[in-house]
Design a protein around this ligand. Sequence first.
Ligand code: FPP
Length: 235
Amino acid sequence: MNEMRIPYHVGIIMDGNGRWATKRGKKRSAGHLEGSKTLEKLAIYANKRGVKILSVYAFSTDNFKRSSEEVNYLMDLFIMQFNNKMSKIDKEGIRVIFSGRRHPLREDVLEAMDKITEKTKNNKNGILNICLNYGGMEEIVDAAKKIAIDFADDVIKLDDIDKQSFNKYLYQNLPPVDLLIRTSGEYRISNFMPYQITYSEFYFTDVLFPDFNEKEFEKALESFNSRDRRFGNAK
Ligand code: FPP
């Protein structure tokens, strides 16, 4: 049997926390809490399976439209996770980085983000890229602005702007996403990493994110393995 090909960079749109809770007669926040436990286990499992980068959609720029109760719960949950619960991830040698705009995140959230970034900065086994207050079109616009500044300052020439150099102006200079997973039966990208998913394989599942365990992740890897990736080439 051929050896399994493991995607280098996996993205997950972690959807369905709210529905998971509502189905159980619980508040939506219970779904987010359960989702955060799933994420911790998954980050470690994916790394053990050889996935080097895991990018997850934790909070979109548009999620600020939710009730202040839900937004505040999520922000408090992030702080709790970054301050206390990510020690296992750190122990596995996984580096935590963030993608997104800092404004208008609360100061205490930014502090917790900076702390976990600093604590794990020398970890070499893999990367957990947490997209928080993230928007994909926003990322491209922000990159274009940074390039415009560098162009005006003579740091970059027009002819030097290409796909690779543009990538360096994104929030993080990461390789493309090989496999993109979305849970909970929705078939949308929702502004998640548009620059990085242009050649991704997509895996959609009805499973709600809190239930997306190691076994379900394995199914996504198997599906990825069955794909014939040609990157525009002929067969
Ligand atoms: C989408 O489900 C999920 C979110 C907006 C939040 C995702 C956050 C987590 C999984 C916690 C992550 C924790 C850390 C530490 C990064 P939804 O609420 O839109 O679900 P619904 O579509 O069923 O309402």
